[in-house]
Ligand binder design. Structure first.
Ligand SMILES: NC(=O)c1ccc[n+]([C@@H]2O[C@H](COP(=O)([O-])OP(=O)(O)OC[C@H]3O[C@@H](n4cnc5c(N)ncnc54)[C@H](OP(=O)(O)O)[C@@H]3O)[C@@H](O)[C@H]2O)c1
Length: 328
């Protein structure tokens, strides 16, 4: 099979498509013929050698945290899945390839109306957004949610989920075009963070109440304005630290508003936790795709051979939503 193998670390030019041996599913696993994978910001860090795949280094280091495709081989002990089933799912790595093997309990059935490219755009961002909003922040109907990086893959998923749960959403974005797209997705207000102070906007437009839930990707430079923008008893969830991870924390505001700061990562979690999260998403989130309340946001599809261009496109912050890699 063909796969993108990391033989060295560095810029997008290190991404090379290679022919490697086919995979065999183990006990409880299936093999999937991958039709599409999708990029995540973490892949660019792995490519640079600063975010390794959890566990021992595999013989072929292949980036890629998700896929959409068709089961083409069933391993021993698998129940409930058949060859030919259309599935997508979350991986610790290995997604930029024509085949993946995955435990059956990490599988998500692709809703009928969705293409493989759309399905590949679901797992990482919707699992992360669900985990952050529901499991970590306990978002409730009527809450005010502030979602940073509203044009990122995770941001586009969180915006839709928060709206579907009955929250009032604010997002921050870097351009007018992303603001327009974020509003189309359901953001009540898209804040242009380069020209507007997001904390002032949120406070002014909620009559001083602030945001009950904040999903943050930026880290250090946003901590103080996040604390300012938070409502009393607000929950701030840190999903990434794209702007730095060593903030000064004014503890007085934290105490005065009785705030909670919560960190989360998905990739390093034990398999059992990923299975549990996948099952919850299967039950609570996937029906919303079928009902039309959620949709995968695919910005652009690149062929596997164009993987370096796809990484450049992401690193130039040009995407709104997901960048997909097509295997065909
Ligand atoms: N904790 C977890 O389990 C988990 C899971 C998934 C992803 N993540 C992390 O979440 C972040 C978003 O991932 P993604 O794949 O959804 O991202 P993405 O699609 O690449 O989008 C990132 C966007 O963030 C905005 N941004 C704002 N400040 C930025 C800064 N200082 N540096 C770079 N971009 C900045 C940019 O949009 P503007 O033009 O609007 O500024 C950029 O397009 C990544 O850091 C990723 O590693 C964490």
């Amino acid at each position: 099979m063909r796969a993108v193998v990391l033989e060295r670390y560095g810029g997008p030019e290190v991404l090379a498509v290679r022919e490697i041996p086919d995979l065999e599913p183990g006990v409880g696993e299936v093999r999937v013929k991958v039709a599409a994978s999708a990029l995540n910001r973490a892949d660019t860090m792995q490519r640079r050698g600063i975010y390794p795949q959890p566990g021992p280094r595999p013989e072929y280091e292949i980036p890629g945290l998700e896929f959409g495709g068709t089961i083409d081989k069933i391993g021993p002990g698998v129940a409930g899945w058949q060859e030919g089933d259309r599935v997508c799912g979350l991986l610790g790595g290995g997604g930029y390839a024509e085949q993946v093997v995955i435990h059956e309990r990490l599988l998500i059935r692709i809703p009928q109306a969705l293409s493989f490219a759309e399905a590949a755009a679901i797992p990482e961002v919707f699992l992360t957004a669900y985990d952050a909003l529901v499991e970590k922040a306990a978002l409730r109907m009527g809450d005010v949610a502030l979602i940073h990086a509203g044009g990122s893959g995770v941001g586009t998923a969180a915006t839709q989920l928060a709206k579907a749960m009955g929250a009032r959403t604010f997002v921050t974005v870097g351009s007018e075009e992303k603001a327009r797209k974020a509003r189309e997705l359901g953001a009540g207000r898209a804040i242009l963070y380069k020209s507007e102070a997001f904390d002032e906007v949120v406070l002014a437009e909620t009559d001083g109440r602030g945001a009950d839930v904040i999903i943050d990707f930026i880290g250090a430079p946003y901590l103080e304005p996040n604390l300012h923008a938070a409502a009393v008893e607000g929950r701030i969830v840190f999903v990434a630290t794209m702007g730095g991870d060593k903030p000064q924390v004014p503890l007085g505001i934290l105490m005065g508003k009785r705030l909670r700061l919560i960190g989360t990562v998905l990739r390093a979690r034990p398999l059992e936790q990923k299975m549990l999260l996948t099952q919850r998403v299967n039950q609570q989130v996937m029906p919303l795709f079928a009902a039309g309340a959620l949709r995968p946001v695919v910005d652009r599809v690149f062929a596997l051979d164009q993987v370096a261009d796809a990484h450049r496109y992401m690193e130039e912050n040009r995407n709104f939503g997901k960048i997909v890699l097509s295997m065909s």
